[in-house]
Design a protein around this ligand. Structure first.
Ligand SMILES: Cc1cc2nc3c(=O)[nH]c(=O)nc-3n(C[C@H](O)[C@H](O)[C@H](O)COP(=O)(O)OP(=O)(O)OC[C@H]3O[C@@H](n4cnc5c(N)ncnc54)[C@H](O)[C@@H]3O)c2cc1C
Ligand SMILES: NC(=O)c1ccc[n+]([C@@H]2O[C@H](COP(=O)([O-])OP(=O)(O)OC[C@H]3O[C@@H](n4cnc5c(N)ncnc54)[C@H](O)[C@@H]3O)[C@@H](O)[C@H]2O)c1
Length: 482
């Protein structure tokens, strides 16, 4: 029999960005909420292995290389094989701890109760929690939120041993910075780690089946990234199918390509996508089943086919971002407790923390052409920005994409230092249906990187005027001929 105090209004499974936000939102609506997390600490993969640690290592790499860049090469960094990853990440523990404490505090302040253990469904309204010592407690709930996140997809032809052949959850457990690493994959995780390691002097080879990395991004941005990666000694091998990877038992990870080539390096990192943590939840007992891709299907309110069970974050698939997961958690509980949630915004920015970083919001040039039959694009190279020179950040591009008439802004793409912050200015403009002219006629602080928006808008206006001129000449010729 279940004790009365084991009944909750909401049980949230998983304490990553999606779960935390769902729990806090539900508690703010006056609900009695239990958050179940199998790990000792709250925060999810985002804090333990994902966003926070990878960005902390990158920040350290940037700080080290900033000396080199801004001193005009006076201070050089060379690879130090004795350099321990932990000494490079002196701030990591502090950063992770600070983030965990802040999360824990928010949950406590909202009176969210916490249970450590592995949760699984017993029935549609019952959830079993298996604690670390093996004891099981069963709770009942009015609503359940599945926010169990994801883990690396480890292909069957690769034996990830977490020592020499690593995945994105274990890569930062390396004791020493390797001299060389082969990175499998050309997606976001692969490119972010490849860029960070290359900037730290590691010889990096990226291998992917596609001809270029980050295929979903505007090719102008990818070019900036690849150029910079190469200038740091990195190599990208596209169109390469890998048949297997192993450890030679002595000193090298070996990557066997289908064309017969064998790549060797101190370590290999497998970054070929992630899979949702759904299997161990016994979802069938709750009347649910996963999609063919192993995800949970939801509607616009993040509600599954069983209306009182919501699924959020990486368990529902793309965009699989910490940023989007937070909003999904909040939205789900707004729907549960107020019966509605605002329409889901499709305007989700994406920030890729390569070196230099990249960001995009709205439509790409290709998408605008496909949807509107044409696009007017304004570009500014960072080498035109005074602030970029001052910061020694002159490799970059800011691209505004407008409708074919060059009036309405439809997308913003940026590669270069500050891109992930700068993109939000474009996001606000898109949300408010601003025209290109607003950027051109507005005074920006000088010197700033944001000035790039004004220059790119002026570029569109210049093209628009040229286009008008050409159309007028064509029309005049037409009239003369008729
Ligand atoms: C290397 C890397 C870098 C990234 N960088 C970024 C970035 O810069 N920006 C960005 O927006 N996103 C980034 N992401 C993506 C982001 O981390 C995820 O989208 C986000 O963490 C998803 O949040 P979540 O709450 O769904 O799941 P998670 O953060 O994965 O949390 C799920 C939690 O559920 C727990 N759990 C699982 N099963 C159970 C169970 N049965 N019982 C109890 N608890 C359970 C897990 O222990 C975990 O704590 C990155 C990911 C990786 C791997
Ligand atoms: N800055 C950020 O926002 C950020 C950073 C890191 C990760 N993430 C999120 O984490 C998620 C996972 O990242 P990821 O880089 O692992 O995934 P991804 O989908 O970005 O890239 C996967 C890569 O693996 C390759 N691949 C996939 N299946 C393959 C197969 N069968 N054989 C060979 N290659 C294969 C793909 O070609 C691709 O290059 C992403 O959805 C991303 O949204 C976000």
């Amino acid at each position: 029999m279940i004790a009365a105090n084991d009944h909750y209004d909401v049980v949230v499974i998983g304490s990553g960005p999606a779960g935390q936000n769902a729990a806090i939102e539900a508690a703010n609506h006056g609900a009695r909420v239990l958050i179940v997390e199998r790990e000792k600490q709250v925060g999810g993969a985002c804090v333990q292995y994902g966003t926070i640690p990878s960005k902390t290592l990158r920040e350290t790499a940037l700080t080290l290389t900033a000396f080199r860049r801004r001193s005009g090469g006076v201070y050089e960094i060379s690879h130090d094989s004795q350099l321990s990853i932990s000494s490079l990440m002196t701030r990591l523990d502090e950063v992770v701890q600070a983030h965990q404490n802040a999360t824990q505090q928010c949950l406590e302040m909202a009176n969210v109760e916490r249970a450590q253990g592995r949760a699984s469904f017993v029935s549609t309204h019952e959830i079993a929690i298996k604690g670390v010592t093996g004891e099981t407690r069963t709770v009942t709930t009015q609503y359940a939120v599945i926010a169990t996140g994801s883990r690396p997809r480890n292909p069957s032809n690769v034996d990830v041993d977490h020592e020499n052949i690593l995945d994105s959850d274990s890569v930062l457990s390396m004791t020493y910075l390797p001299r060389s690493i082969v990175v499998l994959g050309g997606g976001v995780i692969a490119c972010e780690y490849a860029a960070t390691f290359a900037s730290l002097g590691v010889k990096v080879t990226m291998v992917d089946k596609w001809p270029s990395p980050l295929g979903f991004l505007d090719s102008d941005l990818v070019e900036v990234f690849v150029d910079h990666f190469r200038s740091n000694g990195g190599e990208f091998r596209g169109n390469c199918d890998v048949s297997s990877i192993d450890w030679d038992g002595i000193s090298s990870a070996r990557v066997f390509c289908n064309d017969g080539e064998v790549l060797t390096a101190d370590k290999a990192l497998v970054a070929q996508g992630r899979v949702a943590n759904v299997e161990s939840l016994n979802i069938e007992k709750a009347g649910l089943k996963s999609t063919v891709r192993g995800l949970l299907a939801v509607n616009g309110h993040c509600q599954t086919d069983v209306p009182h069970i919501y699924a959020v974050g990486d368990t529902i698939g793309p965009p699989a971002l910490a940023s989007a997961s937070m909003e999904q958690g909040r939205r789900a509980m707004c729907h549960a407790f107020s019966g509605s949630s605002e329409a889901s915004s499709t305007l989700i920015p994406s920030g890729i923390y390569t070196i230099p970083e990249m960001a995009t919001v709205g439509l790409t040039e290709k998408e605008v052409i496909a949807e509107h039959g044409g696009a007017m694009v304004g570009k500014v190279d960072f080498s035109r920005l005074a602030r970029a020179h001052i910061m020694a950040s002159s490799s970059g591009i800011l691209k505004l994409v407008a409708d074919p008439q060059g009036q309405r802004l439809l997308g913003v793409q940026i590669a270069g230092d500050g891109a992930t912050e700068l993109v939000h200015l474009g996001q606000m403009a898109l949300l408010n249906n601003m025209t290109v002219d607003t950027f051109a006629t507005t005074v920006f602080n000088f010197p700033t990187m944001a000035e790039g928006y004004r220059l790119a808008a002026l570029d569109i206006i210049y093209r628009r005027d040229k286009h008008k001129e050409a159309t007028t000449v064509d029309r005049q010729t037409e009239l003369q001929l008729s």
